[in-house]
Write a protein that binds this ligand. Structure first.
Ligand SMILES: Cc1ncc(COP(=O)(O)O)c(C=O)c1O
Length: 363
């Protein structure tokens, strides 16, 4: 067969490295009792209402989904108090990041984000042949003034994960607004709020307001985290109708499947499950931070459902040792921070297992 090479921009991309699935560890190490704290998934699982809606929706899967996500759109209109034409939907918010890249980036345009941060921003920029400015974090946090220093007339997309993945740190309303005041006219600022529902901080920006004010902002949220529907793949964005239209022009016609649409809509009807998940998360984070303090480990203040900790040694080795004890965490090596690790908050007993195993490994 003749060698067929992919586009040069594609060759520069690194395929996404996901957290190790439980089944893979079971197969490789023959361990059965495994705790996975590696992919920022919700340990409590989805609302019973979402599961019931998903089962019901299964009865209709011989037919194509509603491309407009009608029912979910109506529910979110009520939930967020926005207009229907301000909402866009994706096969996970990953899909929307990709679509925003397709819709807005031409070769020669520039994209500004931080490093380390969520890898899909980099993918969107590189795929389009854009110059990517990755501004180092300051104290584990996006340095938004330094991001704004990179703005110029070629800046087209600005990606901000708030809170950031992998560090869990948050930017305040004042910081975000200072950056927005410096945003060039033809640039769109994407505020990725995948962990929005976990946050309880008085200075967190109410970013939908920026969209209402007519600023060039797109807000991204997801049902993968607190709503625990990661396996169904559904995320959404709130933006000006012209941004929504641009994404509509590039997205796949049926990018959100029927089961995901109905399960997501039903999960909005169960605020108690969100509260329960937030409580489990807050307690687990407290448990982690106390254990890290006890072990003398430095960690970033997290507003999300994971904690980024500096283990003070090669985190791949620590993660491997934990894996042999049946605990999966994420080494920071893939984020360019080789002594750090990202640990997702689990159920209390899972958190205790992780802490006990970590103490043994570090001893
Ligand atoms: C900051 C951030 N944005 C987006 C995503 C993607 O979420 P989804 O499952 O909706 O594609 C993640 C997932 O980890 C994330 O951390």
């Amino acid at each position: 067969m003749a060698t067929i090479t992919a586009r040069e921009n594609v060759q520069r991309l690194v395929p996404y490295v996901a957290g190790k699935p439980i089944e893979e560890v079971q197969r490789e190490l023959g361990i059965t009792d495994i705790v996975k704290l590696a992919s920022n998934e919700s340990p409590l699982g989805p609302s019973a209402k979402a599961l019931e809606a998903a089962r019901k929706a299964l009865e209709n899967i011989r037919m194509y989904p509603e491309g407009s996500c009608y029912v979910l759109r109506q529910e979110l209109v009520k939930h967020l108090g926005v207009e229907p034409d301000m909402l866009m939907f994706g096969n996970g918010s990953d899909d929307l990041i990709h679509c925003l890249g397709l819709a807005y980036l031409d070769p020669g345009d520039e994209v500004v984000t931080a490093a380390p941060t969520f890898v899909q921003y980099r993918a969107a920029a590189l795929l389009a042949g854009c110059t990517l400015h990755e501004v180092p974090l300051k104290d584990y946090t996006y340095d938004l003034d330094a991001l704004a220093d990179r703005f110029n007339e070629r800046t087209r997309l600005v990606f901000i994960a708030n809170p950031n993945n992998p560090t869990g740190t948050m930017n305040t309303r004042a910081e975000v607004e200072r950056l927005l005041d410096r945003l060039p006219e033809r640039a769109l600022c994407v505020l990725d709020e995948a962990y929005y529902e976990y946050i309880d901080h008085p200075d967190y920006p109410q970013s939908i307001e920026y969209v209402r004010q007519g600023r060039n902002v797109a807000v991204l949220r997801t049902f993968s985290k607190i709503y625990a529907l990661a396996g169904l793949r559904v995320g959404y964005g709130i933006a000006a109708p012209e941004v929504v239209r641009a994404v509509d022009q590039v997205r796949e016609p049926f990018n959100v499947n029927t089961v995901a649409q109905y399960a997501a809509a039903a999960s909005l009807q169960d605020p108690d499950q969100v509260l329960r998940s937030r409580r489990v998360n807050d307690e687990g984070k407290k448990m982690f931070c106390e254990a890290f303090d006890c072990l003398g480990l430095k960690y970033a203040p997290s507003q999300a459902n994971f904690v980024f900790v500096d283990l003070g040694r090669d985190s791949v080795e620590v993660a491997d040792a934990l894996l042999r004890k049946g605990v999966i965490i994420r080494s920071g090596k893939i984020f360019g921070t080789p002594t750090c690790a990202r640990v997702t908050v689990g159920l209390p007993e899972e958190n205790r297992r992780f802490i006990a195993a970590l103490k043994e490994v570090l001893a």
